[in-house]
Design a protein around this ligand. Structure first.
Ligand code: DQA
Length: 152
């Protein structure tokens, strides 16, 4: 099965109790389990991780770059200021989809800009936790296209 990493940044482990009017009521463990299940239905081996430690996140991005593993990344607050994270994402060797649960463009001004977006393959924002599922579907589609190309 094709591997995909779903990486979640700072504070996302608190989904479910954290500002539910903004981020919804799905807990982080529920989100992780649903993405693993959705991934396996799509033929993907999905591993979901979360950290509040920026250095750990950067290590995971290096790991994905070295292994050529596609990534779904919610960089959370780091999106808005971490050049270190952006530089790690820029090293990617496979597609990387940036996901935001909330529509950052309708919120405070400091959330309108993501330093990561310019080096991501694409961005999904404002579709709730459904954004992660859509990102997995896009990546699965890419793997399918690759295998039909190889079969030709
Ligand atoms: C977020 C939006 C960020 O502005 C915020 O700091 C987060 C979550 C989202 O998923 O909507 O932690 O990335």
């Amino acid at each position: 099965m094709n591997k995909v990493l779903v990486l979640n940044g700072v504070n996302l482990g608190r989904l479910g109790t954290r500002e539910p009017s903004v981020y919804g009521s799905t807990s982080y463990p529920q989100l992780a389990a649903s993405l693993v299940a959705r991934g396996s239905a799509l033929g993907l081996d999905v591993e979901v991780r979360q950290t509040d430690d920026e250095a750990e996140m950067i290590g995971w991005l290096h790991e994905s770059a070295d292994a050529g593993t596609p990534v779904v990344l919610n960089p959370a607050a780091w999106s808005h200021y971490s050049i270190a994270l952006r530089d790690a994402v820029a090293q990617r060797t496979a597609p990387l989809i940036e996901v935001h649960i909330s529509n950052v463009h309708t919120r405070e001004e400091f959330r309108h800009h993501s330093v990561v977006s310019a080096v991501a393959t694409g961005v999904i924002a404002g579709l709730g936790v459904d954004g992660y599922r859509l990102a997995l579907e896009h990546l699965a589609h890419g793997f399918d296209a690759q295998s039909s190309e190889a079969a030709r």
